[in-house]
Design a protein around this ligand. Structure first.
Ligand code: ATP
Ligand code: MN
Length: 485
């Protein structure tokens, strides 16, 4: 009899617990938008702050990352175990709450939750938890990249990054572009420069001792292999077979540049289009940047207001200016003229034939035109072999898109489709055309005019969020001497 009673009680208890824990979690974003007073809901997340009132109840600001805003939870003595559990509800602790949705008397929020039961998953020691309620520097937050997504800024960046990535796919998919996955390990160097990370299974410790010339035929791929600096050459293969296509993948550059615009590992979007000339290419690049920004402005409105208020007060104005006005288009020759006759002092001197530095690019877009600028027809001596030679014999069909706050965000070109000229350009650049036999084959068999460009995804995020350092625009930045997490 007693056994049965205990069993029944246990069953009751279990089913009660179950009904609480089996309740489907409502995300805070959806609770704030659609939950109605009187409903009972369950929310889960991390405590941002807790305030205790003298009359024996507590207010908890709960965040679950689904949106910027916190949900206010009111806990009082009626909650089972209140006294015991409340002590541990410190900033950073995690919990699940079930309770009634109440119209909030506060003016900052439409609703709040009056807790009926709560479950503390994990406490967070107030002495050691690094994210106490105060402003932290971005440098400091980089050192705790495992916790920084719990801050308002990095939550917002993460959601904007997600929206931008989705918008990019939407942009291309709606135009019938095919998404191509190009390889990450490569044995060709797209830019003809030595800024690549090598990939090897050779025993480097042993090689360091013997110090002889390295025999790459013994290596995993039988020759020197690296991480890709661009998917372009492979994308050209698909552009000249299935048509308009794009890549969106990780890209690696071993350049030792400690700037606010360079990462060793970044994500690049590279569309490649047959039958496009340089003009078509520029037009696509412009719609691309404008459409993606419009989508983010529309779909991440709350986060964008945050960047405008807390990071840079001109964020929204700059972005609207980009979406509403046409980009300026000038030739490299005109650009150099403007920079030289500006009378402005630059750290690096500039002459026709030299590569524009970031300070020159930013002068053009931020000060002179105050708008995005596309610079085209660069000297062939400063551009890679695959860009199409112009009839003047001096310039190539290159184009860079420059934007305020960042400088170069896109680099692109019409590709050299003429076999003989391409071979000559490779030799000029010190490359062996035989190493690129498959690439030159595309010019031998059914060659077509074609074009493409590369957009650095983190530079786009920099532009959209106004974050000054690109290291804050990727979840886990890789830069010289830095690959923690
Ligand atoms: P920069 O002159 O600014 O170093 P780049 O001319 O070497 O750039 P491209 O080879 O044209 O760059 O690459 C295309 C795009 O990829 C650039 O316009 C930029 O948006 C992005 N990008 C290039 N290098 C980096 C990097 N190290 N980190 C982040 N983004 C990059
Ligand atoms: Mn470039």
């Amino acid at each position: 009899m007693l056994k049965l009673l205990v069993k029944n009680v246990l069953n009751d208890l279990n089913s009660n617990l179950e009904s609480v824990s089996s309740m489907i979690r409502t995300k805070i974003k959806s609770a704030l938008h659609t939950s109605q007073p009187g409903e009972t809901i369950k929310v889960c997340g991390w405590v941002r702050t807790r305030r205790d009132s003298k009359s024996g109840f507590s207010f908890v600001e709960l965040n679950d990352g689904s949106c910027m805003a916190n949900l206010q939870i009111v806990l009082d003595q009626n909650v089972p175990n209140y006294e015991k559990l409340i002590k541990d509800l410190t900033t950073g602790s995690s919990l699940s709450v079930t309770g009634k949705v109440i119209e909030s008397p506060g003016k900052n929020q439409r609703i709040e939750i009056h807790a009926e039961a709560f479950d503390l998953y994990g406490s967070a020691d107030a002495e050691t938890y690094p994210l106490q309620k105060k402003r932290h520097s971005f440098e400091f937050l980089r050192e705790i990249a495992h916790l920084r997504p719990r801050t308002n800024t990095f939550g917002a960046i993460t959601r904007v990054r997600n929206e931008a990535a989705t918008a990019i796919h939407r942009f291309f998919q709606s135009r019938g572009f095919i998404y191509i996955q190009t390889p990450i390990i490569t044995t060709s160097d797209c830019e003809g420069a030595g800024e690549m990370f090598q990939v090897t299974t050779l025993n480097l410790d042993r090689l360091a001792q013997v110090q002889t010339e390295i025999d790459f035929s013994q290596d995993f791929f039988g020759k020197r292999a690296s991480l890709t600096v661009s998917g372009q050459l492979e994308a050209e293969i698909f552009a000249t077979s299935i048509g308009d296509c794009y890549t969106f993948g990780p890209t690696f550059r071993a350049e030792n540049s400690n700037t606010t615009r360079h990462l060793a590992e970044f994500w690049m979007i590279e569309p490649e289009m047959p039958f496009y000339d340089l003009q078509d290419n520029m037009a696509l690049a412009e719609s691309f940047v404008r459409d993606v920004i419009s989508d983010v402005l529309e779909n991440c409105a709350e986060d964008m207001v945050f960047f405008n208020q807390r990071i840079d007060k001109t964020t929204l104005e700059t972005l609207r200016n980009i979406t509403e006005n046409e980009f300026i288009r000038i030739s490299y020759t005109e650009a150099i003229e403007i920079v030289k006759s500006s009378g402005k002092k630059f750290d690096f001197p500039i002459e026709w034939g030299s590569d524009m530095q970031s300070e020159h690019e930013r002068f053009l877009t931020e000060e002179h035109f105050k708008q995005p600028v596309i610079v085209y027809n660069y000297p062939k001596t400063i551009k890679p072999f695959y860009m199409r030679c112009n009839d003047d014999g001096k310039t190539v069909c290159a184009m860079d898109v420059l934007v305020p706050g960042v400088g170069e965000i896109i680099g692109g070109s019409q590709r050299e489709e003429r076999y003989d000229i391409l071979i000559d350009r490779m030799k000029e650049g010190g490359l062996n055309p035989e190493d690129y036999w498959w690439y030159t084959d595309l010019r031998k068999y059914g060659t077509v005019p074609h074009s493409g460009f590369g957009l650095g995804f983190e530079r786009l995020i920099q532009l959209i969020t106004s974050m000054t350092n690109i290291r804050d625009c990727i979840p886990f930045p890789r830069t010289p001497k830095n690959a923690e997490f």
